[in-house]
Design a protein around this ligand. Structure first.
Ligand code: NI
Length: 423
């Protein structure tokens, strides 16, 4: 059986990293042995100089927005959306969605991301990009307004792709409270329950959304989530949650609910600081995401982990908040659970063989030892150190080469499509 050999292995289940071989069978880790003991083919030889971590999960993004990167910079959220983003989105074709998704998948694979949660449209194209690239994803069709045709499209996406190759889950994607009227949201929730699907929803990204719930809907956020039935769906992915009141967290500290923290997008759009310290202390599962490339502008989870860890220390005037281990838990296993892949997220027997191999043979890792791996990864590490990305035991990226993608073709198609959109 193939093995990743002689690696320094860390996941959130370990206090200290350990050297070992990771033996893989049928896409799963079959055992973790002492270093240099595994027999059979070598998938990657770490030679004692690479770290292996569980694959990173980007738990909220819009991959095809890589084609919109850099447009409408430094505008307020609603002006940015209405003047710059929505008019171009109205013109995006299925081909544009595919070339943008391929570009994002290429960027993420090279940075150790093994799974992402995506909300957009023409999602069949994103699904094809996922299947061909070898990545894992949680996909939904964004559902703005009250539109039965779009909901039917989302349900057809689920019919076609939910569970496909064990690498795709499909959720329903009501866009946000400012675009979806409550009766339409309730119909989407009913459909999710009927088909046993999860929901992926933008939740209280801006203060305006909290104000509209209170002033127009006359309801508190936790009561809205409860009374619409959202809390009862299979997996509820709530993106942003910047303005979720800290006295209403017990309602969302549930096994089926994941808050996705998107700190760089929230800072760039001036949306505010999510109260991460209180989310964590209340027992809410928090994952990390980049949001789309038009508001980040990177799809780099290393960048996101470092930024999240620093931001909340500064905001709380407390260096003990958002520790490196907690942040990596958010970026790995919490993202896996939130996106419906509960058998991923750890480097141990019985878990899916999704991992990132990181070069320690570089200046940033001098001083890294089995006792301080997460701190080195979060504070000193960089996506530039990624040597290989593995999903289901298959190498997608190795030593600068893409094994499943034609990177030149993807760059050419994306450049052409970007040019045609902004001409
Ligand atoms: Ni978003």
């Amino acid at each position: 059986m193939p093995a990743v050999r002689n690696a320094l292995i860390w996941d959130t289940g370990r206090d200290r990293a350990e050297y070992g071989d990771i033996v893989i069978k049928d896409g799963y880790i079959s055992s973790v042995t002492a270093p240099k003991e595994a027999e059979g083919p070598i998938l990657y030889d770490c030679k004692g100089r690479c770290l292996v971590l569980p694959g990173l999960v980007n738990a909220h993004t819009h991959v095809s927005m890589t084609l919109l990167r850099g447009l409408g910079e430094e505008l307020p959220l609603m002006e940015w959306l209405q003047k710059k983003i929505f008019p171009i989105e109205d013109r995006l074709t299925a081909q544009n969605i595919r070339s943008g998704a391929d570009l994002a998948v290429m960027e993420m694979i090279a940075a150790g991301v093994t799974c992402f949660a995506d909300m957009y449209y023409f999602m069949d194209e994103v699904a094809k990009s996922v299947l061909e690239s070898g990545m894992r994803a949680a996909l939904c069709r964004g559902l703005p307004g009250d539109n039965a045709d779009k909901l039917a499209e989302n349900l057809a996406l689920a019919e076609a792709y939910n569970g496909r190759e064990g690498r795709i889950t499909v959720q329903l994607g009501p866009h946000a409270i400012y675009t979806v009227p409550r009766p339409a949201l309730e119909r989407i929730v009913a459909a999710a329950r009927d088909k046993n699907l999860g929901i992926h929803f933008h939740w209280l990204e801006t203060k305006g959304e909290l104000d509209s719930l209170r002033n127009e809907h006359k309801i508190e956020p936790a009561d809205y989530l409860e009374s619409t039935g959202l809390l009862g769906v299979k997996e509820l992915i709530l993106a942003h949650c910047v303005w979720h009141p800290t006295d209403q967290l017990s309602a969302v500290a549930r096994d089926n609910v994941t808050f996705v923290h998107n700190p760089k997008s929230n800072m760039k759009l001036g949306s505010g600081y999510a109260p991460l310290k209180e989310f964590i202390s209340s027992g809410v599962r928090v994952a990390l995401g980049t949001d789309g490339a038009a508001s980040n502008n990177r799809l780099d989870m290393w960048d996101e982990t470092r930024f999240a860890a620093l931001l909340h220390k500064g905001y709380n005037l407390d260096p003990t908040v958002a520790g490196a281990r907690e942040i990596l838990k958010m970026a790995t296993v919490n993202g896996s659970y939130g996106t419906g892949f509960r058998d991923a997220g750890f480097i141990k027997a019985g878990r899916r063989a999704d991992m990132v191999i990181v070069d320690m043979d570089n200046p940033r890792y001098v001083g890294c030892d089995p006792g301080n791996v997460p701190e080195f990864v979060v504070y000193a590490g960089s996506s530039r150190d990624v040597r290989a990305t593995i999903v289901d035991g298959k190498i997608l990226y190795k030593d600068g080469e893409f094994m499943t993608l034609d990177s030149e073709k993807i760059l050419a198609a994306a450049s052409r499509d970007r040019g045609s959109l902004t001409r």
